[in-house]
Ligand binder design. Structure first.
Ligand code: BGC
Length: 419
């Protein structure tokens, strides 16, 4: 495993601004032609508008660089398949990826498939029929793309598995993600530290909520968190009153907020209505944390503040963190994930076989590991570029999210994504 960290002095608004430099050519053509899922909220639409505005400004500023930057694109097309607009982060991923590839002169088609597996297969079929030269895919169901990706392979189209590993296909060339096990580990260690489990007497009560079993990441998140807390559960210092400690028992189909809420209301009704205190709700991500927080607000009889974990830095969850309703989120800078995907994509489009040296050669201003060991998709180990997640709490929202330029703190006192 190789690691590279560039000078912290590079961080800050200037870094983010330069990272997104030249994001101008992102036309709506790709998304309006192939975008099969309507934007679900006004916020999303507003964010998309902001993106377009920022992009225009950047294009004007950097037009002199663009001709050099875009020389390699040579009319090549990039197909980007995202899972859904209904989970906030994928809107940001799609925008960033579209901006990045367009800024280098590639024609981009961006699809969202409404969390419907068959729709995503069809969307990818269309991208292949449209003669894309590269596919970047965040799968809805990691197990369902074997056939369509066999077609991509036959056409010689390289495939980057984006954020979620696509299973059971030898068509995947590379994987770009965050260190998913570490995401869960950070959540578990956060709970350990908050409760001072090494010194406190306990026992404390905890319940787990994990993600979609169809998403290969979900098991990594759950295992990372569970492994960090297992010794305390084994010792009896942490107790799980529902008895639900297996991934399959705590998983949430489609990472759905309402599903997580209903399950948690049932847990509270069955195990906590007698006044039993809940100390921790370990949630794998923000969409599930939102449902669990709603369940606690509506159905929990206790008055203590429950430690609630999350992941992503979704707007509603950051507002809950500011308001003291959620305790932490694990933030993953998807803007950087898009930058890593761009440089990897360019190398693949040039016919190269990238390895660890891509990290140095690209001069990324964020930390990234090249890992050829951790992710096996059933046909073999997939070389992976893994970025590093960060714990965000009320105390460091300003330094981690606002000072870095990812979010702006609005007059309402809540952070909103910059892009
Ligand atoms: C992503 C998480 C996200 C979840 C639901 C996972 O694959 O890694 O960041 O919270 O999907 O969208």
């Amino acid at each position: 495993m190789f690691k590279k960290k560039f000078l912290a002095a590079m961080l800050g608004t200037a870094m983010v601004a330069s990272m997104l430099t030249g994001c101008g050519a992102a036309s709506d053509t790709g998304s309006s032609d192939t975008d099969t899922e309507a934007a679900t909220t006004a916020t999303t639409e507003a964010a998309a508008d902001d993106t377009a505005d920022d992009a225009t400004a950047d294009t004007a500023d950097d037009s002199s660089d663009d001709s050099a930057d875009t020389a390699d694109a040579g009319g090549k097309k990039v197909g980007i398949a995202m899972p859904t607009k209904s989970l906030e982060r994928w809107n940001r991923d799609g925008s960033y990826l579209e901006e990045q590839f367009s800024s280098k002169g590639y024609e981009v088609s961006l699809t969202y498939s409404d969390n419907k597996i068959d729709q995503q297969v069809k969307d990818i079929e269309s991208l292949i029929a449209d003669d894309v030269d590269l596919l970047v895919i965040a799968a809805i169901d990691g197990e369902s793309l074997t056939q369509v990706l066999a077609d991509a392979k036959e056409e010689g189209i390289p495939v980057i598995s984006y954020d979620r590993l696509i299973m059971n296909t030898d068509a995947v060339s590379y994987y770009v993600s965050f260190d998913n096990y570490t995401v869960g580990k950070l959540q578990g260690e956060f709970v350990r530290d908050q409760l001072d489990l090494d010194n406190a007497e306990g026992p404390f009560n905890i319940e787990f909520t994990a993600g979609d079993p169809a998403d290969n990441n979900a098991g990594f998140f759950f295992n990372g968190a569970y492994d960090a807390l297992k010794q305390y559960i084994d010792d009896g210092k942490l107790v799980v009153p529902s008895g639900q400690t297996e991934f399959d028992q705590v998983a949430t189909k489609s990472w759905d907020t309402a599903t997580a809420m209903t399950r948690f209301q049932n847990i509270l009704g069955s195990n906590y209505s007698d006044g039993t205190q809940l100390d921790v709700a370990l949630c794998s991500n923000d969409s599930t944390a939102l449902g669990v927080t709603q369940a606690i607000e509506s159905d929990y009889a206790g008055t203590n503040s429950v430690i609630i974990t999350g992941q992503d830095g979704d707007e509603a969850n950051l507002a809950n963190i500011v308001d003291g309703k959620q305790t932490m989120t694990v933030y993953k800078a998807v803007a950087n994930e898009a930058v890593a995907t761009l440089d990897l994509g360019i190398a693949l489009l040039k016919g190269e076989t990238p390895d660890a040296s891509l990290i140095d050669a690209s001069g990324w201003s964020f930390e990234c590991a090249y890992d050829t060991d951790s992710y096996d998709n059933g046909t073999g180990k997939i070389p992976s570029y893994l970025l590093v997640p960060t714990v965000v709490t009320k105390d460091n929202i300003q330094t981690e999210l606002v000072d870095t330029g990812y979010y702006t703190m609005d007059d309402d006192g809540y952070p909103h994504p910059t892009n």
